[in-house]
Ligand binder design. Sequence first.
Ligand code: ADP
Length: 531
Amino acid sequence: MAQVLPPNVSPERFSKALDEFAAIIGKEWVLTSEEDRNTYLDPFAPGNADEHASAGAIAPQSTEEVQAVVRVANKYRIPLWPVSTGRNLAYGSAAPVLRGTMVLDLKRMKRILEINEELGYALVEPGVSFFDLHDALRERGDTYWISSPAPGWGSVIGNALEHGVGYTPYGVHADTICGMEVVLPDGDVVRTGMGGVQGSREWQIFKLGYGPIWDGAFTQSNFGIVTKMGVWLMPAPGAVANVVVSLQDENALAPLVDTLRPLRLNDTINATYTIVNPYRAIIDDARLQGQVRADIYSGPGVLPKDVIARELAKRGKSPWSVNFNVFDVREAGLDLRLEAIRSAFGKLPRVNIDVQRWRAGEPRPGWARVDPGLFALGIVDWYGGPGGHMNFAPVCAPIGSRVVELYELIHRRFVEHGLDCYLGMLNSGNRGLILNAVMFFNRNDDDLTRRGRELYARLAAETAALGYGDYRAHISFMDHAAAMYTFNDHALRRLNERVKDALDPNGILAPGKQGIWPAGLRSFRKTGDHS
Ligand code: ADP
């Protein structure tokens, strides 16, 4: 692959910029060989990964180096795409939105700067993975637990910034952020919250600080490079249960959602739940057994109804189920929670409730997805592989009728586009439900990926018209997702872009991320009506 250049940058200027980067961080950390560049392509690209090819990568080791790199990037107008560990699979991995952007790879900044056991927080650098933090806590005697997404090899910072979710009471990772150090697009460095006070020891314990709360503005954005982040840790529980509620009725979705809502709202269920639809029940089980789609069905279109019924029965699965953990400090507290949960679900017809329990002192519960693992990775080869996936994930209130209406529309469109509708609904916080509809494809199957892309664009347009918005999107669809936020002629996007232009007048930081484009590059926007 020929060298890719940033837009509007000549080969000579690019080469000068690379020399200046090398003078700051060392030649070996300016990575522009073809082999290097290939490692920053999206291995799960839905289509041609070259659309999002980087011009190379730069891997600084300190905040000061990041600042110096940013200043050179401004001088030569080199766009930078920060990643922490770059494992953001299904959303673009380490690849940038704009072809020719340089990846600012922060994986060498991987110190756990502090674990505070009195106050229950850690201060970490971008390269710290969930595994790293987990291991460090276990070495210290396990008095705190982390919340990890599936899988756990990604970075604590990267996942929280992208609004990732885990399966403990601390499962809304963006809510566990307390205090950041951020390099701004002009190279200045700022600490948010109490970190704004020189010498503060309260940086990681009070989120509000004084004045606007900036931490949120640096999540899912391109306003700054986060070089340190505080994260609150969960005191080790005394007892945990994993509960799986299975419902045999095909129409169980609405009552399931309506039964979960009050239990989650009053915190009886105090961690993220996942509702599993029939396709997901079958595909998860099939992949666990090493089966692919062709082992079950090779006819046209999506899995037909009779195949779904047969496979569910054969595998002992239900059309609908929900899976969640419940945590308590004391076993007696867990007993009370489980009693309330059993009583509420016991009112539904044809229900089965499975509970596994763990108490402090026992070996760590493998079933509860509380520890980082690598589950979920093999799933992508459903169509035979080499596979990939992308997600359409609108946010919906947990009201049974509303969820069913949205689910049925999504399902209908999957059927029309001939893609199996693998869908999980997971709650983010006590009130929001994310309908995570996964489009699997084979990377070498152009027709399948094309249908997936068309499906995403169609779902975004149609559900936006009904008043829904996507919570997170693949780099190829960030403009589509942003375009869903239509109120007052896209006022939110206009605000984001006003802030963008004020903070980043040269437009060097992650152009196009979350559909936020700097003034000079707005012609690259794929969709929408704001110019
Ligand atoms: P993970 O490896 O944890 O899945 P990444 O490191 O790929 O996550 O980060 C996900 C996304 O979050 C990146 O594409 C980038 O847009 C953003 N991001 C990650 N780390 C930073 C950071 N330190 N500062 C600013 N944005 C970041």
